[in-house]
Structures are given as structure tokens and as C-alpha cells.
Design a protein around this ligand. Structure first.
Ligand SMILES: Cc1cc2nc3c(=O)[nH]c(=O)nc-3n(C[C@H](O)[C@H](O)[C@H](O)COP(=O)(O)O)c2cc1C
Length: 409
């Protein structure tokens, strides 16, 4: 029998040991209460994932400012008010020697008009494309506000560490605020945070440096980065490689590779480059040859063969998986124990083509949100293709706000 490469441990450059190569990628749970607090459902869900065998489990994005949500139901950590429930969440998610890392995010202009009074961004560049009308034209942040948001990321990370999370991840992908700073399309600032790439990167670099100072050299800080925005005039693969090199030089502990934004949600497509099962692998291989930082590719991993192939050929250091972890919460254990059957992520439909097209991203997300809630309630996730049940779930949870595009990832 061939040895399962994903079962091997991994030591990060700072000495942190990860028990295997399975990396559960961030999925916004949208289960926080009206005060943006996590609760028992988060504790239950992450206990389930911790027991399911992954080496690293990433939380869904946690926002740094309650006035800037990406969607209803986001958890916000901006001060210590929820430290007790955060401790319970961390305790459950680190069971079974699992690393539980908190993904930290600010949506910037990707904050729908239904959830935020105003949207802010590096520059007043609106979101284009078919989803544009769901978002207000953003207001450009002042330099002082940019610095205060840097500080918010650092505060959230420090609280995560205090609560017992064992790492953090800066969300710099999928068109959110850090990504907006990196993109020359979105960032047309004239101060030290805009202009050439070195300046566009400053927001990210300051967040990282602030976190490193607050968290110490041994605490893992990861980055989720787009390989590119796939948008004319946006953040390119060349830019992305420069960011990777800079962040590696500064001591980032792990880089997760993704791509796309609301305007072009590549990371949620069904197929990667050249029709391959997995997205972004070629890019990952490119950066892997340039830096020593462990790389995680996320997007499209479904079969055990594709995971084994990517690891054996050194295309990725860990296997990033999101949606299958909802359908099979113990996917890591099943693979390592030789009892995994490739999951097929369902194609959901309302039965009406035009409606499917209009609500496509919402249907997909609502389905996984509904299934995460089921798992958190101790039930099995349900596999079906009927889009009406997740849509009803979304409406019950969040009212009509559920029916505007909330996030593409
Ligand atoms: C319901 C849902 C919520 C998501 N939330 C986040 C998030 O909070 N942060 C993030 O970086 N990616 C998020 N993603 C994207 C996933 O991390 C991942 O990049 C994407 O689903 C592709 O991986 P997969 O093919 O294994 O699902 C989300 C995806 C889904 C389905």
C-alpha cells in the first residue's frame, strides 16, 4: 500500500509542529448572534472538526470592526468582551492536538449596503460587475484611519492568542481590504499606502509587523493571498510573487494560496487551470521554488489521488480543503485510515435557470452555511441539489439581507 503523504507531520520554520498535512480552510460560519458574538454552535462545530483529524483548522473570517461586516452572522473581535466564549471555542478546536488558527479580516468595500452604514476602502472605487449595486460606493480611508485599522488587526490577534487559539491568519485574498490595498485598481492613494507595490504592500506589512511584535517569534502568523485578482488592471501574479518574497523575508510562517474576488470569484469555480481538479497549483509550485515558507494550496481538492500527487511532487506543503470538510467533517481521519470515498460537491439548483444565475453565489454559500449549522447541532450534513432549502435557511437566519450577494468566498 502506498504511504499517505498527507499523514506526515510538518514543522514550520519557527519550530511549530503540525501533526499532518490536512488544512481546513476558512469558511465563514455566519452563526454569530446579533451582537456578533460566537456561541455554543461554534464550540460544537470546531470540536467536531478537531476530532476529524486535520492538522490545522482555520476559523471563518473574524472581523476587526463591528461597523464593517462582510455579511450578517460574522464574528467580531475588537476587544476582550467575549474572551470567555472565545476560550471555550479555542479549547474545543484545539482538542486532539489540532492547531486552531483565527482568520482575521476587514471587508473594506465588500461590505453590502444591508449590513454596513458606509463602506470604506483605500480609494473611492466602487465594486463593478453584476453584484455592484448591492454595495455602496466606498469612502476612501484617511491615513489616520488606515493606521487605526492596522492596530485593530493587531488587537484581534492578541486576543486570539490570549484566548488559546494557536495561530492567526491575515486574510489578504478574495478582494477584501488588505487585497484592495495590494491592488493598483482599487488602491489609487497618494499617501505612503498607495502608488508602487512597496507602498501598496505597506498596510499588510504593518499589520504583520504589529502582530509579530505583539505575539512573539514563536506564534504562527499565516497569510492568505491571491495568486492574482484575474481583473484588468488588478493585482497580478508578478505582484503576488513580490508580496510572497517580502513576507517570507519578514518571517511569515505559512502562506495559503487562493485567487479572485466578488467581481471574479475564481476560488469558487468548479475547475482549476487547464481543467485540472485543483486551482492555483502551477502558481504555488512557482512560489515554492522561490521561498522556504510552507505553502498551502486551497481550491478544488476532492480526490485522495490529487492530494497525494500534489504533495509527492512538492507542489504544496499542505492540502487546503474547505467545502468537503462540511460534507465530511472527519475527511482527514477517513483518508488516513483508508476509508475515504471522493466527495462530490453538489451543484444546487432552484429548477429555474434564470434564478440560478442570479442567486448562484448565494445559493452555494447558503447551502454550506446550512450544513455547518447542522454539524454544529450534532446532525449529519445533507447532500442534495435542491437550492430552495438553503435559500429558506438563509432567509430565516438573516431576513432579506440574505438575498444580496454577501461574499463570494
Ligand atoms: C460557505 C463558505 C464560506 C467561506 N468563507 C471564507 C472565509 O471566511 N475566508 C476565506 O478566506 N475563504 C472563505 N471561503 C473560501 C474557502 O476557504 C476556499 O478558498 C474555497 O471554498 C475553495 O476551496 P474548496 O474547493 O476546498 O471549497 C469560504 C467558502 C465557503 C464555501
Amino acid at each position: 500500500m502506498t504511504k499517505i503523504k498527507a499523514a506526515e507531520g510538518l514543522t514550520l520554520p519557527n519550530g511549530t509542529f503540525i501533526k499532518n498535512r490536512f488544512f481546513k480552510s476558512a469558511m465563514s460560519e455566519t452563526m454569530a448572534n446579533r451582537k456578533s458574538q460566537p456561541g455554543q454552535l461554534h464550540v460544537n462545530l470546531y470540536r467536531e472538526w478537531a476530532n476529524g483529524g486535520a492538522g490545522i483548522v482555520m476559523t471563518g473570517n473574524v472581523m476587526v470592526d463591528r461597523n464593517a461586516l462582510g455579511e450578517p452572522g460574522n464574528v467580531v473581535v475588537e476587544d476582550r468582551r467575549d474572551i470567555e466564549i472565545l476560550k471555550k471555542w479555542a479549547e474545543a478546536g484545539t482538542a486532539n492536538n489540532t492547531h486552531l488558527w483565527m482568520q482575521i479580516n476587514h471587508p473594506g468595500k465588500q461590505s453590502p449596503r444591508t449590513v454596513s452604514r458606509e463602506a470604506v476602502a483605500p480609494s473611492a472605487v466602487p465594486i463593478s460587475g453584476s453584484y455592484g449595486s448591492a454595495f455602496k460606493k466606498p469612502r476612501a480611508l484617511t491615513t489616520a484611519e488606515v493606521k487605526s485599522i492596522v492596530n485593530r488587526f493587531v488587537i484581534t490577534a492578541a486576543i486570539a492568542k490570549e484566548a488559546g487559539f494557536t495561530g492567526v491568519q491575515i486574510h489578504a485574498a478574495h478582494g477584501y481590504l488588505v487585497n484592495q490595498f495590494l491592488s493598483p485598481y482599487d488602491n489609487q492613494r497618494k499617501d505612503e499606502y498607495g502608488g508602487e507595490l512597496k507602498n501598496r504592500m505597506r498596510f499588510l506589512v504593518e499589520i504583520y509587523q504589529g502582530m509579530r511584535k505583539a505575539l512573539g517569534p514563536d506564534f504562527p502568523i499565516a497569510l492568505k493571498l491571491n495568486s492574482a485578482d484575474f481583473k484588468e488592471g488588478g493585482f497580478t501574479e508578478e505582484d503576488s510573487i513580490e508580496v510572497v518574497k517580502t513576507m517570507a523575508g519578514l518571517g511569515i510562517d505559512l502562506i495559503e494560496v487562493s485567487g479572485g474576488s466578488y467581481e471574479n470569484p475564481k476560488m469558487m469555480s468548479d475547475r482549476g487551470e487547464g481543467g485540472h481538479e485543483v486551482f492555483f497549483l502551477e502558481y504555488a509550485q512557482r512560489i515554492k521554488s522561490l521561498v522556504d515558507v510552507p505553502i498551502v494550496v486551497t481550491g478544488g481538492f476532492r480526490s485522495q489521488e490529487s492530494m497525494q500527487e500534489a504533495l509527492m511532487n512538492n507542489k504544496t506543503s499542505m492540502i487546503g480543503i474547505a467545502r468537503p470538510f462540511v460534507l465530511v467533517p472527519d475527511i482527514a481521519n477517513r483518508i488516513m485510515q483508508g476509508r475515504y470515498e471522493t466527495v462530490k460537491t453538489p451543484r444546487l439548483t432552484t429548477g429555474l435557470k434564470a434564478l440560478d444565475k442570479k442567486l448562484g453565489s448565494i445559493i452555494g454559500l447558503s447551502y454550506y452555511e446550512q450544513q455547518m449549522k447542522r454539524v454544529a447541532e450534532g446532525k449529519e450534513s445533507k447532500r442534495h441539489q435542491n437550492a430552495w432549502s438553503p435559500l429558506t435557511h438563509a432567509l430565516m437566519q438573516n431576513g432579506l439581507a440574505a438575498l444580496v450577494p454577501r461574499r463570494s468566498n
